[in-house]
Every structure is written in C-alpha cells, then in structure tokens.
Design a protein around this ligand. Structure first.
Ligand SMILES: Cc1cc2nc3c(=O)[nH]c(=O)nc-3n(C[C@H](O)[C@H](O)[C@H](O)COP(=O)(O)O)c2cc1C
Ligand code: SF4
Length: 478
C-alpha cells in the first residue's frame, strides 16, 4: 500500500500543544482561538451548524466512529425538556493517552468545541466528565473554564448574542465503565456508574431523561476547524467517509512510543516503522492491537492497512480509541491476554451474567494456563465463552473483552497449546498480584523499559505517575 507524504501534512489538533503557555486563554485568543465558536453563533443557525458537521463526515473519536452531525440530528427539536451536551474525557481504554494531551495542553480547544456542539443542539448546560485519576488535567480544565467565564466565552450572552452556556467539569472516580456513555450519564446523575439498555439512545433520552449528546474530547476539538475552514477542506484529509486529523497513541515495543497526530488513513505499517521509529531492539514484529485492547489483534502480516474506521472494519478489527499497541516476537501472547482479561474482569460492572461470569471464567482459565495447570480443552472453552459474551449484554464491555480473547486465541493458538503442553511453571504475579494493566498490555516488557534508561520516555498508567502531568514527549508529525 502507498505511503502518505507526511512532510506535507499540516498539524491541526496538535499545532500548539508543545508551545509554552498553550494552555492559557491569552495564548489561545492570540492564535485565532474562539473564532470558530463566534462564527458558528453569529453567522449560522443551529441547524446550519449541524448540516456543516454532517457534511464534513466527522466521525466520533471515542471508539465507535459514529458520524457526529448525524448523532446531533437525532436530538428532538420539538421538546420542552432541556438538552445537554456532555464531553467524555474518561479516557480509560488501555493504551489510550491522547485526550489527556489536549486536556492538559490545549484545554480551550475543548471548551470551544463544546460551545459549538452545545449551540448546534440548542443546549444551555454542558458537562465535561473527566476520569478521576487525571488530577492535573482536571486542574487545567478548571483553570481554563474560569478563564473562559472571565473573558465572556462562557456564561450569558456569548459573542454579543442572546445565547447562554454554562459548563461544569465533573470528576469521575476512576472506573473504565464510566467511559461508556450511558454509564457515564448514570454517574453524572449521582448514581452508580452502570450502563443502561439502548434504545432509548441518549440523544433522545439521556442525562436526567432529557435529550443528551455525548462526544469524545478529540471529536469536539475538530469542530472549530470545520466551522472556520469548511466541510470540504475537512473531507480532503484522508478517506472521504471518515476524514480528518487523527491522534494515534503508539505504545509497546516501538522505539518512539507517543501520541502522534496523523491524517486519517495513514498506513499502519508506516505509522509503526516511520513515525514511531520501528520495532525496538531490531526485533521482529509479532502482533498489533490497532484500536485499544477492545480491538481484535492483527498478526504482523496483516498490518499493511490504512488506519481509518472502514479499512479496519473490513479486516475484522477496529480503529477504536486509536491506541496502537505493538508487540514484538518476544511477547508471550498468553501472558498478554491474561493481562488484558484481568482488566476487563476487574472493570465489569456486574449487571449482566455473560459479562460478569464470562470475564471471570476467562481470567480463571488463563490463570490456570499461566500457572502450568492448563488443559487442552481450555482453548475451545475460552472460544465458546467468548461466543456467548458477544452481543448479549447491556453494553459492549463484554464484546470488548471477548474480541481480544477470541482473536488472540485463534491467531496464536499454537502458543496456548505449547504452554499447556509444557506447563508454564510458577508465575509470581499470579500469587502476589501485579499491576493490573499497562498500556501495551505487555507488563514484563514495561517493567524492563522502565529500568532501561536509554529507551524513550513513555506515558505509564502507574498509579504514582497518573496524577502528574504527562511524562512523555508529545510526538507530532510535521
Ligand atoms: C466500555 C466502554 C468504555 C468507553 N470508554 C470511553 C472513553 O473513555 N472515552 C470516550 O470518549 N468514549 C468511550 N467509550 C465510547 C462511548 O460510549 C461513546 O461512544 C463516545 O463517548 C461517543 O463519543 P464520540 O461519538 O465522539 O466518539 C466507551 C465505550 C465502552 C463500551
Ligand atoms: S456488559 Fe458488563 S459492563 Fe456492560 S452493563 Fe453488562 S455487566 Fe456491566
């Protein structure tokens, strides 16, 4: 597949994130900030804003890739109920660390996107729900919201019109399931963060049973650029049916892990070898998870594929949250899967039997295999459990656990057979309890990398690092 010429790519979302003071409103205003929101409110009717965003083919960056403008158009117009615009900053999919860069280093771009989205659906009260562990990000957002109120970008009479908008930042308590939109809304309502059956979809009946749009942080950061530069301009970046700039988080066994802004549709191979510096230590590529641990794994020979929603779907995986996890030929795939499944079992909210029990059974079986007591029939039992989890639950967390499991077991079956035949022996994590999930889902490798001072820095989900500003360089293509 042809490679893109990245030297011609103009950064859009990450244009300012590595500049001094990029988080302040003065910097933001000096560089054209809030012009998109002003244009939307003073030059367009709300329905026109929806039409422009629909026309741009912007698709949600939170995981499902649903068309943004189409979702907005589902919000009923003839209702007396208030409408809500909610931005999802829960960012908990293992391997995903893109939204936090925008939150920490360009928070006003999120606020501007929220203004445009709220205006489009005629909402006067918006919320941003941020994952509890992102303490620094929360502080940055609170500071930015105060600045925005002080300068009249939020509050009453925006840009000299009669449009009012209030924005509240709400901190979660750190549960993966609160990233699922209906779980998030339950949590925002003050209840346990448990997902609800859809339909009704939030656009019709969401927060406090009122029409609600939920969008991801990265999604809303595209809005001002679409308003300022037009839908046609946006559609020319990458594939027409799902275009635009894309933030991809590359972690695992690469020389230059980091968050990269690239045009949608970049070849996955080009991303790994050219942008992220190739597989570390000159090792061979073994596998890649292309869209967060909820996505089905790809083998090395399958990575010559464009990174966009439809191309990934065509090869039976997904772009998901844009978390590309690279594994070299030293990776123990049984161990990697065990690590992933422990995470999903821990995060299942427990409402649905196939998810609550299924993730638990998978963990138990994998633990048994890892401890050297696996049975050959365990392999088909795991595939059978996965079959019974997909499409049978309130939300898709069960599917998100079953997809990596069934794909890893199927594509790397011989490794499971070998481990069962040999007996893996004592694994101390099984008895002492290790870190739950590392980005990259390759825990031993991560521990090794931390000891190795010559390898590039990277974002870790270590509890001691999580509340501090991002430790990694922000890598952007230019
Ligand atoms: C288990 C689970 C976790 C999720 N976590 C997140 C998350 O952390 N951030 C996010 O934006 N979307 C997350 N999503 C997707 C949201 O449910 C929703 O589709 C998204 O926020 C919509 O925004 P978008 O249309 O802009 O992508 C998650 C979904 C599931 C099933
Ligand atoms: S699928 Fe799992 S996480 Fe989702 S509602 Fe059911 S039990 Fe909860």
């Amino acid at each position: 597949m042809a490679e893109l010429d990245l030297s011609k790519y103009e950064k859009i979302l990450f244009k300012h994130v590595d500049q001094e003071g990029s988080d302040t409103i003065d910097y933001y205003l000096k560089h054209g900030g809030y012009e998109g929101a002003k244009k939307a409110i003073t030059e367009h009717r709300p329905s026109e804003v929806i039409d422009i965003v629909k026309e741009s083919n912007l698709r949600g960056r939170g995981g499902a890739g649903f068309p943004c403008g189409v979702k907005w158009s589902f919000v009923p117009q003839n209702t007396d109920k208030p409408k809500y615009f909610v931005v999802n900053a829960d960012e908990s999919e293992p391997g995903t660390f893109k939204d936090r860069v925008l939150i920490e280093r360009d928070p006003h771009s999120i606020i501007e996107g929220i203004i445009i989205g709220s205006y489009a659906i005629k909402c006067n009260v918006a919320y941003l729900y941020i994952r509890g562990e992102l303490v620094y990000g929360y502080e940055q957002l609170v500071k930015a919201v105060k600045e925005a109120y002080d300068k009249g970008m939020l509050g009453k009479g925006l840009f000299g019109t009669d449009y009012n908008l209030d924005l509240t930042i709400h901190r979660g308590a750190g549960a993966y399931i609160c990233g699922e939109e209906t779980g998030l809304l339950s949590s925002l309502e003050g209840k346990r963060g448990q997902p609800k059956i859809k339909p009704p979809f939030p656009a019709v009946e969401g927060l406090f049973r009122c029409p609600t749009v939920v969008n991801n942080v990265e999604t809303v950061c595209n809005l001002q650029h679409i308003i300022n530069r037009g839908a046609e301009w946006f559609k020319n970046i990458g594939p027409e049916k799902g275009p635009g700039p894309k933030l991809l988080c590359v972690s695992g066994h690469v020389n230059k892990p980091g968050t990269y802004e690239v045009p949608m549709g970049i070849n996955l191979k080009q991303l790994i070898y050219d942008v992220a510096g190739g597989v570390w230590k000159g090792n061979k590529l073994k596998a890649v998870i292309p869209g967060g641990t909820s996505a089905k794994v790809l083998k090395a020979e399958e990575v010559d594929v464009p990174c966009d929603f439809d191309s990934m779907m065509a090869i039976d995986t997904m772009l998901g949250s844009g978390a590309v996890i690279v594994m070299d030929d030293t990776t123990d795939m049984v161990d990697a899967l065990y690590n992933i499944i422990r995470f999903y079992h821990h995060e299942s909210c427990g409402q649905c039997t196939p998810c609550r029990e299924g993730t638990g059974w998978l963990e138990k079986i994998l633990k048994r295999i890892m401890a050297g007591h696996g049975r050959m029939e365990d392999i088909d039992t795991m595939l059978n459990i996965c079959d019974r989890m997909v499409g049978k639950t309130i939300c898709v967390l069960a599917d998100a656990a079953a997809f990596p499991c069934s794909s890893i077991v199927t594509k790397f079956r011989s490794e499971f057979e070998a481990k069962i035949q040999q007996g893996a022996g004592y694994d101390k994590r099984i008895f002492t309890g290790g870190p739950l999930v590392q980005p990259g889902a390759v825990s031993r490798h991560n521990q090794e990398r931390r000891k190795d001072k010559d390898t590039p820095n990277r974002i870790s989900l270590d509890p001691e690092l999580i509340s501090k500003p991002s430790q990694s360089k922000v890598e952007t293509t230019s």
